[in-house]
Design a protein around this ligand. Structure first.
Ligand SMILES: Nc1cnc(-c2cc(N)nc3[nH]ccc23)cn1
Length: 288
């Protein structure tokens, strides 16, 4: 399943916030390899003691992340259980969650956003090839490993985090907060997630990336209003960039059969890059 880490080999540093039924902290883990003491910076994700009943789902998320490895998948070192504390020990990712980064960095370029969307499409394709369903794809679950540095030709690098507690275990209210990332068919059957659900969430996440981290349906706080979004088969406000709006619209089709394959998503994103190039040159020729 996964590696168990001794509680005494962990050190807690500052709190970094919380997730669904979890609290996260920066920390350190100590290993003793070939007689030497190694300290690694980690992210400690603690399951709330009053949600102990979710520990299986909590560890299921950890084990799914440890079973496979991919450059754009967050590394999970293992788990530690100590009394009523269940802790997942993850790789610490320097720049944190993408939703906050998008809100903070207002002048990210189109190519930055496309580059990140392509990385997410790659890991989505990998998960589909491994017949693994993530179930909680959103900007908050994308972590920024490396910022871009255009002067050095360095592009951003992201990793997909664990899905957290399985959505089927969460209360109705938490599921409501997942609108519009959660596929409409999953609202009725949260314990029956499919690869198509991940594609719907991919669409909502690409929308977030191109809308500077403004959560979709931001003003729609009331749950019944959000439910209307699904009942009326509404779409998120389309981007002016038609090809991008088309791709997001395909991913967020109410009919699963219309959602594109991962190969098609990657192909469409690749074509977007070139048309992005055309827009850039068009803009330059106009301004010259
Ligand atoms: N696996 C992870 C997950 N989150 C972080 C992280 C990093 C940071 N600089 N600020 C944060 N604030 C909240 C979380 C977080 C790191 N690693």
């Amino acid at each position: 399943q996964f590696h168990t880490i001794k509680y005494e080999d962990l050190k807690w540093d500052e709190s970094l916030g919380q997730g669904s039924f979890t609290r996260i902290f920066k920390g350190e883990k100590t290993d003793y390899r070939d007689g030497e003491k190694h300290t690694t910076e980690v992210l400690l994700k603690e399951l709330d003691p009053d949600h102990k009943n979710c520990w299986e789902s909590f560890f299921e998320a950890a084990s799914f992340m440890s079973q496979i490895s991919h450059k754009h998948l967050l590394h999970v070192y293992g788990v530690s259980v100590h009394g009523d504390k269940n802790i997942m020990v993850q790789e610490f990712v320097k720049h944190g969650a993408l939703d906050l980064y998008l809100k903070r960095e207002k002048s990210l370029s189109v190519s930055w956003k496309l580059n990140v969307a392509k990385q997410l499409a790659c890991v989505l394709n990998f998960l589909e090839e491994q017949s693994i369903i993530h179930g909680n794809i959103c900007a908050k679950n994308l972590l920024l490993v490396r910022e871009e540095d255009p002067s050095q030709g360095i592009s951003p690098f992201i990793k997909l985090s664990d899905p957290g507690i399985n959505v089927a275990m969460l209360g109705k209210d938490v599921i409501m907060h997942r609108i519009p990332w959660i596929a409409p068919e999953s609202l009725a059957a949260p314990d029956n997630l499919t690869h198509e659900c991940d594609k719907w969430s991919f669409g909502a996440t690409v929308w977030e990336i191109f809308n500077n981290g403004n959560p979709p349906l931001q003003g729609w706080s009331l749950e019944e209003v959000k439910l209307k979004f699904y009942e009326n088969k509404q779409q998120l406000p389309p981007s002016q960039w038609t090809e991008l709006a088309d791709l997001i619209g395909q991913c967020m089709s109410y009919d699963l059969a219309f959602r594109p394959s991962c190969r098609s998503i990657i192909r469409q994103l690749n074509s977007l890059v070139t048309s992005d190039y055309e827009i850039l040159h068009a803009t330059e020729s106009v301004t010259q």
